[in-house]
Design a binder for this molecule. Structure first.
Ligand code: ATP
Length: 447
């Protein structure tokens, strides 16, 4: 169960959240509705440990306090976030994306069971497991994002605007899927602008106005409520179809606070016993590079003591688009050495691939990119087709015909080091670009 009480968030002087409280039990869908700027994303990010504002209050998962803890620890406690925009690895296959979702301590040993559960929920992902993620439709990519979050074996799944950008048909499929995920026993906390469809599947919902929870009721009650219809469903006369959420209302109800009978009142009114303004470490949801960086640490952790894994998460760096074809995983990748024994069965399902292999694979791709297609990176022989800078192929070819060559994969430890170095180089280049200014002598305005 997720219990949030007295949650305050400020961005500088701006108070975005004022004492929000909510509860999500396993096996229920809870929707947060609110106008643009009401604080919905802030609420979700603060709960999941990825809010850049100052956060105070209480957030508990299964009774354990998680506020102020780093995102990967929060995932380990059983709370996973599907961020707005999905955050999948576009150049990796479905199977690779899913496998990387099992990087947490909580999930690693159960990766196989989690994968089977995801494939059972989303049979399409099993069919498409070798397809490169960026070649999938928006709805399918959303499935990958949800599936990847489920690979961490969460008790509670938080989703930020999962229907954003989906067509009406895909929206319908998505909400059906969320119902199935709930039926599998997970608790879902859903921030949505599609009020009609989200309330239709919700067990309960909360209305957020100007940073405060002003009402809690069942999904059915909220759907029938004239005020909700007026504010979020385009008026009582509106029939069917998703309506845009109105802009921030200028007035709030006189009696702001949980509705009569709102449950549990005791949680919503819990005093804030935490020190004011606990800063949380991240600014946005975990990015693919953060997940990759954590995967690197996890992979290294197999050969190093746990105490050596305490490096802070890396800053978000968007992966550059990969112009080279992505190999399909149709044959096992040779196992790097030395390696501690594999956890076993997940490797079978994924054609012999595990997180360490994925990291090594990603590294060798990055090397090829860095070498401009002319110089293979260390451990990547010149005979690799991509290293010779082949002409661009279609995405269809990418997904179906590219194959990993039978070459030994580089040593895992050095791969991890190289991935780190590449991330550092990207960061350095970004910093240089930020600090660069034209010389005054070249000022075109002559000032
Ligand atoms: N990083 C930030 N720095 C400063 N202010 C922020 C930041 N993130 C959000 N805010 C402000 O906090 C308030 C709540 O923003 P938030 O994104 O949580 O709203 P929302 O309900 O999710 O809106 P939308 O539906 O438009 O996404 C807004 O006034 C927004 O401008």
């Amino acid at each position: 169960m997720l219990e949030v009480a007295g949650l305050h968030v400020s961005y500088g002087k701006h108070r975005a959240l004022e004492g929000a409280g909510l509860v999500v039990a396993k096996g229920e869908i809870v929707v947060i509705l609110g106008a643009n700027g009401a604080g919905k994303s802030t609420l979700l990010k603060a709960i999941c440990g990825v809010c850049e504002g100052s956060v105070a209050g209480s957030v508990r998962v299964e009774g354990r306090d998680i506020l102020g803890r780093p995102p990967h620890e929060i995932v380990d406690e059983g709370l996973a976030l599907v961020p707005e925009g999905r955050g999948i690895f576009p150049d990796m296959t479905v199977a690779e994306n899913l496998t990387l979702g099992a990087y947490s301590d909580r999930a690693r040993d159960e990766a196989q069971a989690s994968l089977e559960r995801v494939f059972k929920l989303f049979p399409k992902l099993r069919e498409r497991r070798r397809q490169v993620a960026r070649t999938m439709s928006g709805g399918e990519q959303q499935m990958v994002a949800i599936g990847r979050a489920m690979m961490s074996n969460p008790a509670i799944l938080a989703l930020d605007e999962p229907s954003l950008g989906l067509s009406p048909i895909l929206c319908k499929e998505l909400f059906q899927t969320l119902g199935t995920v709930r039926d599998a026993g997970l608790g879902l906390l859903l921030v949505e602008q599609n009020a009609r469809q989200s309330l239709a599947i919700a067990d309960r919902g909360y209305l957020l106005e100007n940073g405060e929870i002003v009402r809690e009721a069942t999904g059915a009650e909220l759907l029938k409520d004239p005020a909700v219809q007026e504010a979020y469903l385009g008026g009582a006369a509106a029939k069917g179809g998703a309506k845009p959420v109105p802009h921030a209302p200028d007035k709030r109800p006189a009696a702001a606070g949980p509705a009569p009978g709102a449950r549990p009142a005791s949680v919503a009114q819990m005093p804030d016993t935490r020190p004011a303004h606990v800063p949380t470490p991240r600014g946005t949801g975990p990015s693919p590079s953060e997940i990759a960086a954590h995967a690197v640490r996890s992979a290294q952790g197999r050969a190093t003591p746990r105490s050596a894994q305490s490096a802070p998460p890396r800053p978000a760096v968007k992966p550059a688009p990969d112009p080279t074809p992505t190999p399909a995983q149709s044959r096992p990748i040779p196992t790097p050495t030395p390696r501690t024994p594999s956890t076993g069965r997940a490797r079978d399902v994924l054609g012999g691939v595990e997180i360490g292999d994925l990291v090594a694979n990603a590294t060798s791709r990055a090397d090829r990119r860095g070498g401009g297609g002319t110089r293979p990176g260390p451990g990547v022989p010149r005979s690799m087709p991509d290293a010779q800078g082949p002409p661009a192929r279609s995405t269809t070819q990418t997904a179906t015909s590219a194959r990993l060559p039978d070459v030994p994969m580089p040593d895992l430890g050095s791969s991890a080091d190289r991935l780190r170095r590449i991330l550092d180089e990207i960061e350095g280049a970004a910093k240089q670009a930020e600090s660069w200014r034209p010389q005054s002598s070249t000022n075109p305005r002559g000032r």
